[in-house]
Design a protein around this ligand. Structure first.
Ligand code: COA
Length: 211
């Protein structure tokens, strides 16, 4: 199975909602997603799709000249197609942009395909979006109990810089506020390239084993 990232389309929202309900105790409504998609000046949303065959170049988010294995799976430019995609949605994520900060609003992969690199692929897609929109830092809130997500963020250089007390209204749980350093800095870019090389190998191996 191959996974790749594309901008979220309005036709993806019903599937996104299914994953949302399986992933979060206070899911966003379809209306909220549609509103977000219709406000591209403030927010951007992506989906991860699966494909049983290696998507042909014209189906990939961006063909030439981004010719390395992982770059092929990430969109180089953010343009949202309007027609439905034949490739099922297996995860999604989004950001809000405020001045030079990209705030990750949501990220989730479908429960049946977790642990296969999709969350990481999505996070790379969101970091790319942040860079494309001119962000210098990425930030997010995460439940203090959500160690799986925290591990993913720590891997990509997010650090806990504070807490928001009783941020989650369903159980009054605190949120950790995590920040990256400067994502445009040479040091961060080097680390990102290293992580992407490893991720590409992981996704490639999974694709070879399952197709
Ligand atoms: C968080 C989430 C998006 C991770 O997605 P995923 O597709 O399973 O993640 P990946 O397979 O890409 O794993 C990436 C990293 O996440 C962390 N991670 C993933 N599964 C983990 C697990 N079971 N235990 C600990 N860490 C884990 C690891 O750091 C992993 O890197 P590694 O494989 O090098 O150890 C997914 O668990 C999810 O959708 N959770 C529910 C929604 C949610 O909590 N979203 C975050 C809101 S802040």
């Amino acid at each position: 199975m191959y996974f790749f990232i594309e901008p979220m389309r309005e036709t993806d929202v019903s599937r996104v909602q299914e994953i949302e309900r399986q992933s979060f105790t206070t899911p966003w409504s379809a209306t909220t997603y549609l509103r977000e998609l219709r406000s591209p000046e403030y927010s951007r949303y992506i989906v991860a799709r699966s494909s049983r065959t290696r998507p042909r170049d014209e189906q990939l988010p961006e063909p030439e000249p981004r010719r390395n294995w992982l770059a092929n799976l990430l969109p180089a430019r953010f343009t949202t197609p309007v027609t439905p995609s034949p490739y099922p949605v297996v995860g999604y994520g989004g950001i809000w942009l405020t001045v030079d900060e990209a705030h990750i609003t949501t990220i989730a992969s479908a429960p049946e395909v977790r642990g296969k690199g999709i969350g990481e692929l999505l996070l790379n897609g969101l970091i790319d979006l942040g860079l494309e929109l001119g962000a210098r830092f990425m930030t997010l809130e995460v439940r203090v109990s959500n160690e799986v997500a925290q591990n993913l963020y720590l891997k990509y250089g997010f650090e806990a810089r504070g807490t928001r007390r009783r941020y989650y209204t369903d159980n009054n749980e605190d949120a950790l506020v995590m920040w990256t350093g400067e994502i445009t800095a040479a040091e961060y870019q080097t680390r990102l390239r290293q992580l992407r090389t490893i991720l590409a190998e992981r996704l490639k191996k999974y694709a070879e084993e399952t197709t």
